[in-house]
Write a protein that binds this ligand. Structure first.
Ligand code: ATP
Length: 683
């Protein structure tokens, strides 16, 4: 690499680049002024409002954040130079001044290598400090460049990348557009039609890649995705609060970001299942049970029906009624949701079939009933009474309550699918009403499943699912229903699986998500965690995910890890946290969920106020006490793990939880342990 870091005012390259920066800033201001000057004279109120919204949107996307420079890189090719930034910037004549990072011309910036320069002779990265261009770093590519001048492979990481990673954290997650690495870029720019599953070790950039892929797809397929939408699903609110600013900073504000709990929040969750009950309710066999409970309640017609039509009554014989019902039932049980006749539509269709039968009879007798008369016949009390008896309308929450509360109903639906002991596990006394039922999170997913059988669920054009290794089979189905014909980005790490389902490979999850043929792409270069810390955490891998490749860190720091046995937590904890809090960046004190009050008390007593991270609370402060169960997906400049043995002991997959916790630190990890460490971490 011919790195030319410099802050010397006299450097002609810096001077020229600063002039381009100033030009880009002026052009951006000009674009903003032009956007706000668009007049919408001569259009009606509705159009004016729409134009106003579009203009506000455009202004928002053009808003200059003084901390965000208009470009961060540059490519020099055959006589062509492009500056690459977060969005296009043009001059008054329409000439490009900055190219959007997602445009095809920007691709070589991310992909070019010494082996494959992609038409570039030079790649330049810029260093900024508070919006000021202070340095640059050149990599010379292409013919004649060897040795020192050759592009560093990702292993010899660029200084700009390392600085970007080590820049102290405060507040929400940042975008990585300036430094996306080639292996990440391949996933970001995968075609819209292609579903991808990223198996990525901790800190390899899965979440960042998934969010940048959403932004890339929205840019590249804006028209199509504006209609169908993009959905990002995260594990919990604390995680979403941390990541949800990334897409808006990339100019994408129209992405739905939610949790599985919110996605399936049709009933108020106010109770918790015992672990074995939650595990059973998340099992894919429950889908079969629910389907049977719904469709099995359809009765065989027992009698002819007299259908009133245009002043006369027509007898529809029971044999024909049976055929109608059987045909509709069959169409209702087609496995593909898009082909399936949903239950509610089936009921309406049945009523219509009776009315049409009567209409045919009248036509054969020389009459000519109108469409309106036929529709009226379908709504007649006689037809409605028949449908109520044979094909009753169902309410999803009511059906689930009945199933869980009535052993006879459950036995009918679960025969041959769930054993007696499993049925007994599911049973709970029937509450007085749907409104007062002690709904659990797993129940909510069951209710959502039934709702999906009753009516088609609206689907998105692309869905990004993060921490997907923890999804239950039933949760996978809930996400799949939101996918319709679209594609998926599945992000996760099997070694970080902490739910009762914890698959050994991705096949069941991908099948559950409705995309069994999705290719699994590994990411193993760890950007977040220093090598010393990663090596330490990786010692757990043989126990939690045998066979999974360990991540390698892009950087090392001999002072990054400290493991200290302590007799008592109070003194050492206060001392370590005070020391870390004196530096820049965020500090996370992670402990077993049950130990959170004790740890918060110890810190407060030492005059070190720390906010306690809660799923539905505000974002964490600079020093946060973090329950281990909420640590997934988060990161802190410094992490203190208090009593790892308690974290391991707290749950069946406690070692995996500890692996998650040990891999949250960007710069420093301090482990304070009163009890013995897990055997794999000893020595
Ligand atoms: N190319 C990159 N340039 C700069 N920073 C990066 C890059 N890739 C990843 N990072 C940083 O590394 C950290 C980890 O990224 P991210 O949270 O996306 O990883 P992850 O694989 O989802 O991790 P985990 O599984 O541990 O939650 C983030 O701070 C992210 O900004």
């Amino acid at each position: 690499m011919t790195a030319t870091p410099s802050d010397a005012g006299a450097d002609p390259v810096l001077t020229a680049e600063r002039a381009h920066l100033a030009l880009a800033g002026d052009c951006l201001a000009g674009m903003r002024a032009a956007a706000s000057a668009v007049v919408d004279a001569g259009v009606d109120a509705w159009a004016s409002e729409r134009l106003g919204a579009a203009r506000a949107e455009r202004l928002r996307s053009l808003a200059a954040d003084p901390g965000v420079p208009p470009f961060f890189g540059r490519t020099d090719g055959d006589g062509e130079t492009f500056h690459i930034g977060r969005r296009h910037v043009r001059d008054a004549a329409g000439r490009p001044v900055v190219i959007d990072w997602r445009a095809p011309m920007s691709r070589p910036f991310y992909r070019a290598s010494a082996a494959d320069p992609q038409g570039l002779v030079r790649r330049r990265r810029f260093g900024f400090s508070g919006g000021e261009l202070t340095s640059y770093e050149d990599e010379l590519l292409g013919a004649g460049e060897e040795g020192d001048g050759a592009l560093p492979r990702a292993e010899t990481s660029s200084r700009v990348l390392l600085q970007e990673i080590e820049r102290p954290r405060s507040g929400p997650m940042r975008d990585i557009v300036a430094t996306i690495q080639p292996e990440q870029d391949e996933i970001v720019r995968a075609p819209l039609a292609e579903s991808v599953c990223v198996q990525g070790a901790p800190g390899t950039g899965k979440t960042a890649v998934g969010l940048h892929r959403a932004a890339y797809l929205l840019y590249t397929h804006g028209g199509q995705l504006a209609r169908t939408g993009v959905l990002v699903v995260g594990p919990n609110r604390a995680f979403l609060r941390y990541v949800e600013q990334v897409l808006p900073t990339l100019g994408e504000v129209d992405v739905d970001q939610t949790t599985v709990a919110e996605l399936t929040g049709r009933v108020p969750v106010r109770a918790q299942d015992a672990p074995e009950v939650a595990a059973l309710k998340g099992d894919a066999r429950m889908a079969q049970v629910l389907e049977r409970a719904l469709w099995g309640a359809i009765a065989k017609p027992a009698d002819d029906v007299l259908v009133p039509l245009a002043g006369r009554r027509y007898r529809v014989p029971v044999e024909r009624l049976k055929r109608y019902v059987d045909d509709l039932r069959r169409r209702g049980r087609v496995p593909d949701d898009r082909q399936r006749l949903h239950h509610t539509a089936g009921r309406e269709r049945l009523a219509l079939l009776l009315a049409e039968d009567a209409r045919r009879q009248q036509e054969e007798a020389g009459g000519s009933p109108t469409d309106a008369e036929t529709r009226r016949a379908a709504r007649s009390p006689e037809v409605r009474a028949f449908c109520d008896a044979v094909w009753p309308a169902r309410d999803p929450a009511g059906l689930v309550l009945e199933l869980l509360g009535d052993p006879a109903v459950l036995a009918r639906a679960a025969r041959g699918v769930l054993g007696d002991d499993e049925q007994a596990l599911l049973h709970r006394p029937a509450p007085r009403s749907v409104g007062t039922a002690p709904w659990t999170a797993a129940d909510a997913v069951l209710v959502d499943e039934v709702a999906g059988l009753l009516e088609r669920t609206a689907g998105y054009g692309h869905v990004v699912v993060d921490e997907a290794q923890d999804l239950s089979p039933m949760q996978c189905r809930a996400v799949a229903r939101r996918l319709a014909a679209g594609s998926l980005t599945v992000l996760g790490d099997l070694a970080q699986a902490t739910s009762p389902w914890s698959p050994a490979d991705w096949a069941p999850t991908l099948a559950g998500l409705g995309r069994p043929d999705t290719a699994v792409r590994p990411l193993t270069r760890g950007y977040r965690v220093p090598g010393e810390v990663l090596d330490y955490a990786n010692r757990l891998l043989p126990a939690i995910a045998p066979g999974l490749p360990a991540a390698t860190a892009v950087r090392r720091d001999p002072g990054a890890l400290a493991v200290r046995p302590v007799a008592d937590l109070a003194g050492p904890l206060a001392e370590v946290v005070a020391d870390l809090a004196a530096g820049p960046g965020s500090v996370g004190v992670v402990c077993a969920d049950a130990a959170v009050p004790e740890v918060a008390r110890l810190l407060a007593a030492a005059g070190l106020p720390a906010s306690v991270l809660a799923d539905d609370g505000p974002a964490a402060g600079r020093v946060a006490v973090v329950p281990a169960a909420l640590a997934k997906g988060l990161e802190f400049d410094a992490v203190v793990v208090a009593d790892p043995a308690a974290i391991v002991a707290a749950e069946p997959r406690g070692l995996s939880r500890l692996y998650v916790v040990l891999t949250r630190a960007v710069s420093t990890l301090v482990v304070l342990h009163r009890d013995d460490l897990p055997a794999l971490l000893e020595g």
